[in-house]
Design a protein around this ligand. Structure first.
Ligand code: MOS
Length: 734
C-alpha cells in the first residue's frame, strides 16, 4: 500500500534548504541589480518642512532619490490587498515614526545606505497620540472589525437576565501589549521590469493577490505581472498583504530602469509590515453555583492607525467557545500614531483566549471547581450562536488525554501549595480553538510518460511543510512513490491559489490537489479500460486501484499496468487535469473549528520572580493530520511563540516620540532554546466528513491559542498572584 498521508515524512525540500539550494526572495540571482534603501520619518506626527536631497543624488553610484517631490504617478493602494491605505509619497504629512518618505537607489547596497544618510529632512512636529488610554478616550465603537470582515457587535440572549441568574461573577480587565512579527526572513522585494512587464520576487503569502494589487498600482493588466515566492522564512501574517515598501521598490525599479532589490532591516520590520495591536479586554463571566455560565460579556478595546480600521478581533472565540445563553461582545477602537496593525498568528484568538481562559480560571477558583470540570460543564455540544452541529469536535478527549499525560490529577488546586526548594511550582491549563476555514483554490496534476508527476498550485510554503504535504496527497491519490512527485508553488504562472493565511492551506490547496490527482488518474483509467491492448480492458473504473505507480485490478492485483505504459501506447507525452476545492464548500450547516487543550507547568524563583515553563502538553483535535512530523513541528513552534507571548514579547513605544525602542532581537525578547521545555503534542484522531474532502481542519494558528492563558493560570497557581497584563515579567510578580 502507498498510504503516505499522515506519515511523519521528512520535508521534501529539506535537502534544498540545508544545502543552500532553496532560493529565498533576496537570494534570487538577477543581473544588473541595483539596491534600494528607504528613508523614514524620524517623527511620529507633523509635516516635512525641508527636504534636501542634492547631496544624496550626487553621491557615488546613486541612480535616484525618490520622494514626494519627484515620485512618478501611480495608483494608491487601499487597505486589503494593501496592508494599509496611507497614500505613499504624496505630500509632506507624517502620521507615524518610520513612515517611508523616500527611497534611494544606487549601484551597491553600501552606496545606497551612505546616500540615504545624506538626505536632510526637517520637520514641524506635533504631539503624537501613542498611549492606548488616551487614544481610547477619543475612540469610537466600530460597526465592523477586522478590516471590515466581521460585525463588531455580536450578542445573543439577554445580558440582564444573565446577570440576575448569576450566583458568582468574575469581572476583570486583561491586557496584552503591542507585539511584532519576527519571521527569520525579513520582507524583501526584488522588482524586474521589461517594458511594461513586471517580474516581482516578493516575500509574500499571496502571489496572486500581490499580482492583483500591483496591477492596480501600476495600471497594467495582471497578465503582465509575474509574482514569485518559492520559499518563505516565516510569514505569520506580516507577509499577507502588499505593504508600501514593496510598492516603493517596484516603482523605483521602473524609474531607474534597472532591477531593484529592497530588503527590510530588522528594525524596519517593526514599522513596515504591521503588528499585533495592544488590547484591553473587559470581561465579565457570570455562573450559577454549579458552574453553569449564565453570561459572558467581552468588550475589546484596541487601537489602529490614523487612517485605517483594523481591529484585532479579540472576541472571535468568545462567542463560540462555551455554551452560554447570554453573550455580548463589542469593541472600542482608538487611533494612535503608528502604522496599520495586521494579522498576526491567530489574530483575535491569541489575545482573546488569553483573557477568556484567564477569566475561566478565575471563575473556577471562585466556584472551587476544577478548571477542566468547569470547561466540561460549559462544553458547547453544538455551535452556541447558531445551534449548528460541529463538523467534528474532540475537545473533551483533548482535555482528558492532556490531563492524563500531564498528570493533572496530582495537582493540589490551592495556590502556593506546590514547591521545589526555592522554586514555586504551578500547573495551569486552557482551551484552544481556531476556525477550520478554506478559500477557493486550484491545482494541476500532470503525469508524464516518464512516470514523473508534476503538481502545481500558486500557493506558498511559509516553512510549514506545504511542499511536503501536497506531495503526499498527490502520491497517495495516484499510488506512486513520493520521489516521483514534484510540487511547484509560489508563482502566478501556476493555477490560482489564495493567500496562505487563516490556517487554510492544507484544506484549500490540499483538497484541490486531491481533486486534480483524482481527475487525472480517472482519465488514465478511462484510456486503459477502453483499450483492448490494456490488461485492464473492459474493467469498471471502480475496480481499479492505484499502487506502486500502477493501475491494478482490485480483485486481482497481479493484473495491471503503469501510467507510463498507458500514456506511451496512446502516444501521449503527458496527461493533465486541473482540480479545485469547490465540491464540499457548501456544507454550511456544520460549524467547523479545531480545538485543543493545553497544560503547562511553571517554575518560579521565589526571590526573583523569574518564570520558566518546565513542562507543556498540548492535545488537539484538528481533523486529519497530513504529516505527523511537520504538524508536530508546527504545533511546537506555535506553543513556543505562546511562551514568548506569555513571558517576554512586548513592543515598547516611547510615549513622547512614538519611536519603537526595542526594534531588534536583543531587546524584543522571544524564547530561545533554553526557554523552551519539552513540549508534548498529540492529535486526537478525527474523521471529519463535512469539513472538506480531505478532512483537514488546519493547525497553524491553533498552536498559539490558549498558551498564554495556561501559563498565566499556572503562575497564579504557583504564586497566588493573578497577572492580567502580558507579558508576565518578574517586576509584575515582585
Ligand atoms: Mo495568518 S495571521 O492568517 O498568516
Amino acid at each position: 500500500m502507498n498510504k503516505v498521508i499522515g506519515k511523519p515524512i521528512n520535508r521534501v525540500d529539506g535537502k534544498l534548504k540545508v544545502t543552500g539550494g532553496a532560493h529565498y526572495t533576496a537570494d534570487m540571482p538577477v543581473e544588473n541589480l541595483t539596491y534600494g534603501v528607504l528613508i523614514e520619518s524620524t517623527i511620529a506626527k507633523g509635516k516635512i518642512t525641508k527636504l534636501e536631497t542634492t547631496a544624496a543624488e550626487t553621491a557615488p553610484g546613486v541612480l535616484a532619490v525618490i520622494t514626494y517631490r519627484n515620485v512618478p504617478k501611480f495608483n494608491q493602494i487601499t487597505f486589503f490587498p494593501g496592508g494599509q491605505s496611507l497614500p505613499i509619497l504624496q505630500d509632506e504629512n507624517i502620521y507615524y515614526q518610520g513612515q517611508h518618505i523616500g527611497i534611494v537607489v544606487a549601484k551597491t547596497l553600501e552606496q545606497a545606505q551612505y546616500a540615504a544618510t545624506l538626505v536632510k529632512v526637517e520637520y514641524q512636529t506635533e504631539q503624537p497620540t501613542i498611549d492606548i488610554d488616551e487614544a481610547l478616550q477619543q475612540g469610537y465603537y466600530p460597526e465592523k472589525i477586522f478590516g471590515g470582515m466581521l460585525p463588531a457587535h455580536i450578542f445573543r440572549g439577554d445580558i440582564t437576565s444573565g446577570h440576575s441568574q448569576a450566583e458568582v461573577l468574575v469581572e476583570q480587565t486583561y491586557s496584552t501589549p503591542m507585539e511584532n512579527h519576527n519571521p527569520i526572513e525579513p520582507s524583501a522585494t526584488l522588482a524586474v521590469w521589461e517594458d511594461d512587464y513586471l517580474t516581482l520576487y516578493e516575500t509574500t503569502q499571496g502571489v496572486c493577490s500581490a499580482q492583483g494589487a500591483m496591477a492596480k498600482v501600476f495600471d497594467i493588466p495582471p497578465e503582465n505581472i509575474r509574482v514569485i515566492s518559492e520559499f518563505l522564512g516565516g510569514g505569520f501574517g506580516c507577509k499577507a498583504f502588499v505593504w508600501p515598501h514593496a510598492i516603493l521598490a517596484t516603482l523605483a525599479a521602473r524609474y531607474v530602469k534597472h532591477p531593484v532589490k529592497l530588503v527590510l532591516t530588522r528594525a524596519q520590520m517593526y514599522t513596515s509590515v504591521g503588528y499585533r495591536a495592544p488590547t484591553k479586554q473587559h470581561l465579565t463571566l457570570g455562573a450559577t453555583k454549579d458552574g453553569k455560565l449564565t453570561l459572558i460579556k467581552h468588550i475589546g478595546e484596541t487601537i489602529t492607525s490614523p487612517f485605517d480600521e483594523f481591529t484585532e478581533p479579540v472576541t472571535k472565540a468568545t462567542k463560540m467557545m462555551y455554551s452560554c445563553p447570554n453573550v455580548d461582545t463589542k469593541y472600542r477602537l482608538g487611533r494612535i500614531n503608528a502604522s496599520t496593525p495586521t494579522f498576526m498568528r491567530a489574530p483575535g484568538e491569541a489575545p482573546g483566549m488569553f483573557a477568556l481562559e484567564s477569566a475561566m480560571d478565575e471563575l473556577s477558583y471562585a466556584l472551587e471547581l476544577d478548571p477542566i470540570e468547569l470547561r466540561i460543564r460549559n462544553h458547547a455540544d453544538v455551535e452556541p450562536a447558531t445551534g449548528h452541529p460541529w463538523s467534528s469536535k474532540s475537545l473533551k478527549e483533548c482535555y482528558h488525554r492532556g490531563a492524563e499525560i500531564f498528570g493533572w490529577k496530582h495537582r493540589n488546586p490551592k495556590p502556593r501549595s506546590m514547591s521545589d526548594g526555592e522554586s514555586l511550582i504551578g500547573w495551569g491549563m486552557a482551551s484552544a480553538t481556531f476556525p477550520a476555514g478554506s478559500f477557493p483554490a486550484t491545482a494541476k496534476v500532470t503525469i508524464y510518460n516518464s512516470g514523473e508527476i508534476l503538481v502545481e498550485s500558486a500557493t506558498h510554503d511559509l516553512g510549514t511543510g506545504t511542499y511536503t504535504v501536497m506531495t503526499q496527497v498527490a502520491a497517495e491519490v495516484l499510488g506512486v512513490s513520493l520521489e516521483k512527485v514534484e510540487f511547484k508553488l509560489g508563482d502566478t504562472k501556476l493555477p490560482k491559489a489564495p493567500v496562505t493565511g487563516n490556517s487554510t492551506t492544507a484544506s484549500s490547496v490540499g483538497t484541490a490537489v486531491q481533486a486534480a490527482a483524482t481527475k487525472v488518474r480517472s482519465k488514465v483509467v478511462e484510456m486503459a479500460i477502453s483499450d483492448s491492448d490494456s490488461p485492464l480492458y473492459q474493467a469498471k473504473p471502480e475496480e481499479v486501484i492505484f499502487e506502486s505507480g500502477k493501475l491494478l485490478l482490485k480483485n486481482n492485483p497481479a493484473v495491471g499496468e503503469s501510467y507510463q505504459e498507458v500514456l506511451t501506447r496512446h502516444g501521449l507525452e503527458n496527461i493533465e487535469a486541473v482540480g479545485d476545492n469547490a465540491s464540499k464548500q457548501q456544507q454550511q450547516e456544520y460549524a467547523k473549528h479545531s480545538f485543543g487543550g493545553i497544560f503547562v507547568e511553571v517554575r518560579i524563583e521565589r526571590l526573583l520572580g523569574e518564570v520558566r515553563v518546565t513542562r507543556c502538553v498540548g492535545v488537539y483535535g484538528a481533523g486529519r493530520i497530513l504529516n505527523a512530523k511537520t504538524a508536530r513541528s508546527q504545533m511546537i513552534g506555535g506553543i513556543t511563540w505562546g511562551i514568548g507571548m506569555a513571558l517576554m514579547e512586548h513592543t515598547v513605544m516611547s510615549p513622547h516620540y512614538g519611536r519603537i525602542l526595542n526594534h531588534n532581537l536583543s531587546d524584543y525578547l522571544i524564547p530561545v532554546q533554553l526557554d523552551v521545555p519539552d513540549i508534548q503534542v498529540q492529535f486526537v484522531e478525527e474523521e471529519d466528513p463535512y469539513v472538506n474532502a480531505l478532512g483537514t481542519k488546519g493547525i497553524g494558528e491553533l498552536s498559539i491559542v490558549g498558551v498564554a492563558g495556561a501559563i498565566a493560570n499556572a503562575v497564579y497557581h504557583a504564586t497566588g498572584k493573578r497577572i492580567r497584563d502580558l507579558p508576565i515579567t518578574p517586576d509584575k510578580l515582585g
